[in-house]
Design a protein around this ligand. Structure first.
Ligand SMILES: Nc1ncnc2c1ncn2[C@@H]1O[C@H](COP(=O)(O)OP(=O)(O)OP(=O)(O)O)[C@@H](O)[C@H]1O
Ligand SMILES: [Mg+2]
Length: 337
């Protein structure tokens, strides 16, 4: 396999970066008071250990929850499955802090997976969870590295050989170009042509502010004019917004993917989420979501909330809530198509 060491090195660098992020989060933990961290969703206190069990692969799974206190944001609003957390258990007087990974996250309940045995004593009293960092990005990078390095007779495998310099990229004769942007200088024009001639990869590089994004926009427009759909990516949200801003001015049909909160406010109408919301069918999604919300907060006949319901009744309610959530998301996917 080509470039094995190359991929191993990248993997090691990713691990280093992840560890550095964790250390940074630990430093932050010590710097800010609990109340402040709690208001930002970085810490949840007052948790009761509901259940503890040996899970898959030698992991211990512990489920913790807290009764709703009428707070505006549910305690776990800023945490996601896969995130690294610090779990502080206080069984009796023995104080125990362990690292774990969020396995399942609901509004008032989480399940944490930890790589050590459960404490012998039952866990009494209040526990606390502190967010150490999101693992999602690292998992995604790791998975991508493995996919690329292990890919064999596929397009991806061929591109890997090219990027590692083991194969030459192919190019055809540059087509005749009718320019959208007639202000491009000769270097920019030749960069666009090189890209259109490239069958595998083209690289345009230049000092800051020399017109690279302007070239990229012309390249995208040329491909669209040839009936193609284009996926444009960039290494940061702001860089994506940069391209988006220029593309929105061209009249092309553009959709920005990614979390709306990470898109510049002025460009949010270009976001997929915003485009879905404009669809007439979106009203039904909103109705499903509103109904689900009401179901979550509806009290039983005895005035009890979902947390205090009997096991069976709660399972029933949770299943219904889950079904509504699924329906709403399915409908969204349908609109997105
Ligand atoms: N051929 C051109 N004639 C006149 N102005 C141009 C030309 N090409 C680009 N510009 C202008 O130069 C500025 C920088 O261009 P652009 O954003 O494309 O550069 P960049 O290389 O992508 O910059 P950065 O390094 O910051 O990403 C913009 O205001 C753009 O409109
Ligand atoms: Mg640029």
């Amino acid at each position: 396999m080509a470039g094995k060491e190359h991929f191993e090195r990248l993997q090691a660098l990713i691990d280093l970066e992840r560890e550095a992020e964790k250390q940074e989060n630990l430093r932050e933990l010590r710097k800010f008071p609990v109340s402040q961290r709690e208001s930002r969703g970085k810490t949840v206190t007052g948790l009761i250990a509901e259940a503890i069990s040996g899970g898959m692969g030698g992991l211990t799974m512990i489920t913790l929850s807290r009764a709703p206190k009428g707070e505006e944001l549910a305690p776990f609003h800023a945490m996601n499955a896969g995130d690294n957390v610090l779990l502080t258990l206080s069984p009796g007087n023995e104080f125990l802090t362990v690292e774990g990974t969020l396995y399942k996250v609901d509004e008032y309940r989480v399940t944490v997976a930890m790589t050590r045995a459960a404490p012998e004593e039952p866990i009494r009293g209040h526990c606390q969870i502190d967010l150490l960092g999101s693992d999602a990005t690292y998992q995604r990078m790791r998975k991508a590295l493995i996919t690329v390095s292990e890919s064999k007779r596929s397009r991806l495998g061929a591109l890997r050989e090219i990027f590692l310099g083991e194969q030459q990229p192919e190019r055809v004769r540059a087509p005749k170009v009718i320019w959208f942007n007639r202000a491009l200088n000769e270097y920019q024009q030749s960069a666009v042509k090189a890209s259109l001639a490239a069958q595998d990869v083209a690289l345009v590089h230049g000092p800051p502010g020399t017109g690279k994004t302007t070239v990229l926009v012309e390249i995208i427009r040329q491909h669209v004019a040839r009936g193609e759909r284009v996926l444009a990516t960039a290494p940061s949200n702001i860089a994506v917004d940069n391209i988006l801003e220029k593309l929105l001015g061209t009249g092309l049909r553009v959709t920005r993917l990614g979390h709306p909160a990470r898109t510049l406010e002025s460009l949010r109408h270009g976001n997929l989420a915003a485009q879905i919301e404009e669809d007439p069918a979106y009203e039904e999604v909103q109705e499903l979501d509103a109904y689900r919300e009401r179901l979550i907060h509806r009290k039983s006949r005895h005035g009890r909330g979902i947390q205090q319901l009997g096991h069976e009744e709660r399972q029933l309610r949770e299943r219904e809530v889950g079904k509504l959530w699924r329906q709403a998301r399915d409908l969204e996917s349908e609109i997105a198509r």
